[in-house]
Ligand binder design. Structure first.
Ligand SMILES: [Zn+2]
Length: 184
């Protein structure tokens, strides 16, 4: 099984390389010079919502951090480092919080999951969706979750220090239809 997966990845990479060479023979020469993405995306780790895949954005355009249920948490060193690097060094113009329908993290928080390894993380998610009824795809929970993260981001010390003029956007990706829905 593992061998098959490795082989699949290898083959897919070769197909990608061939396609890129056909489209633009000098693409990788430019890529090695460095990255200048204009957008930082915080998305969920869910395998169905890869930001680069669902937006068809080329390599070098999106700086991405992912965690379960796309949480902004100022005690999370990994997120804080990504945010700092995006704002201070890459000088991105916008930060997009990208949630999605049928989010396992949002549902687990709403349902009161008690697995020890998940409890600390889900506590932050639970606080984000307080008072929201979660049914089926839990769209309302995902919408509320994105709005809460947008507010948390604006109050994050790194954003307060380095985010002057940087836009804070929110959206959810509908896994049931493939559509994007912007937050107000
Ligand atoms: Zn999710």
């Amino acid at each position: 099984m593992i061998l098959l997966e490795k082989k699949q990845l290898q083959q897919q990479n070769e197909a990608f390389l061939n396609e890129m060479r056909k489209q633009d023979p000098h693409f990788f020469e430019r890529l090695k010079v460095g990255q200048r993405p204009e957008m930082f995306i915080l998305a969920c780790s869910d395998s169905r919502v890869s930001p680069s895949v669902i937006t068809q954005m080329p390599l070098g355009q999106l700086f991405i951090h992912r965690n379960i249920a796309n949480q902004v948490n100022k005690t999370d060193e990994s997120f804080t480092a990504s945010l700092y690097y995006a704002l201070k060094h890459l000088k991105v113009k916008d930060v997009l919080i990208l949630g999605h329908t049928s989010c396992g993290g949002v549902k687990a928080a709403a349902e009161g999951n008690q697995e020890a390894e998940l409890i600390p993380w889900l506590q932050s998610v639970r606080q984000s969706i307080e008072g929201v009824e979660c049914t089926d795809l839990c769209e309302n929970g995902s919408r509320q979750n994105v709005k809460t993260q947008m507010e948390r981001l604006k109050k994050h010390p790194v954003y307060e220090q380095y985010g002057d003029g940087v836009g804070v956007l929110g959206a959810i990706f509908h896994v049931e239809s493939g559509e994007f829905e912007w937050s107000n």
